[in-house]
Design a protein around this ligand. Structure first.
Ligand code: 13P
Length: 260
């Protein structure tokens, strides 16, 4: 198995204004002081309106966390009222952009085709997509989880070339585990993340897939991060609710040192 740099991402969704965002990052930095989180990447995805203030804080306090955006438009500029482009994000030192989060797919009608255009735009702009895939409860119960995720990967990555495996992260987030407190068991999460990697192998080639980081997302908490991260194909977590608590997110980030 290859070495893959663990990556923990906090997706704040539509929570925290720009002032609350500063407070949250300050508290997080306080809780993380002295914690061992070197050797892994920590990415914060606040709402668009807070990106600038979080960027300034990370820079001025030299905090070793990276900035992520929750979505983007696929065009560089134009008459797209309300949208934000990849070059705009790049100017704010954003490193990662979530693509195809299940809430975008479900609530905003994003198809694999739309997600594919966004992934291409993110790569073209030199940023890294965190491509989210995952099945619904009904799809899982009817035994179609792997097929659904396979199709999402194929559609979202069509025509995308990845030379440096660090440039792509895939987040497996079963829809039934998001915000429900119902986490996939480490065995189930491992099985699906292994299936994701196997499919990435046929899309991108095995040597690349072996180095692409695969995150698990869905009710990740301080109490379950360790067992999830112990699985061989889980290289990180995409954290929603628990990333809004500085204490909990710090415990998740520093899970190798704490007894959570
Ligand atoms: P929760 O951690 O709140 O279940 O959310 C997961 C998620 O959707 C992260 O993108």
């Amino acid at each position: 198995m290859s070495e893959r740099l663990p990556i923990i991402t906090g997706n704040w969704k539509m929570h925290r204004d720009h002032l609350e965002a500063i407070q949250l990052v300050q508290k997080l930095a306080y809780h993380l002081e002295g914690a061992d989180y070197v050797g892994q990447e920590v990415v914060l995805c606040p709402p668009f309106i807070a990106l600038r203030s979080v960027q300034t804080l990370l820079q001025s306090d030299r905090l070793p966390m990276k900035l992520g955006a929750q979505t983007c438009h696929d065009q560089d500029e134009g008459a797209f009222t309300g949208e934000i482009s990849v070059p705009m994000l790049e100017r704010l030192d954003v490193s990662y952009v979530l693509a195809g989060h299940s809430e975008r797919r479900e609530l905003f009608g994003e198809t694999d085709e739309v997600v594919n255009a966004k992934v291409k735009a993110i790569r073209k702009g030199g940023l890294r997509p965190i491509l989210c895939v995952g099945e619904s409860l009904e799809e899982r119960e009817s035994g179609r989880a792997v097929d659904v995720v396979t199709e999402q990967l194929r559609g979202s990555l069509a025509g995308v070339s990845v030379t440096d495996p660090q440039d792509l992260v895939v987040a497996y987030e079963p829809v039934w585990a998001i915000g429900t407190g119902r986490t996939a068991t480490p065995d189930d999460a491992q099985e699906m993340c292994a299936a994701v990697r196997a499919e990435l192998g046929s899309i991108l080639g095995e040597p690349t897939a072996d180095h692409v980081r695969v995150q698990y997302g869905g009710s990740v908490k301080p109490g379950n991060i360790r067992t999830l991260m112990a699985e061989p194909d889980i290289d990180g977590a995409l954290v929603g609710g628990a990333s809004l608590s500085s204490e909990d997110f710090a415990l998740i980030v520093a899970h190798r040192r704490t007894n959570a």
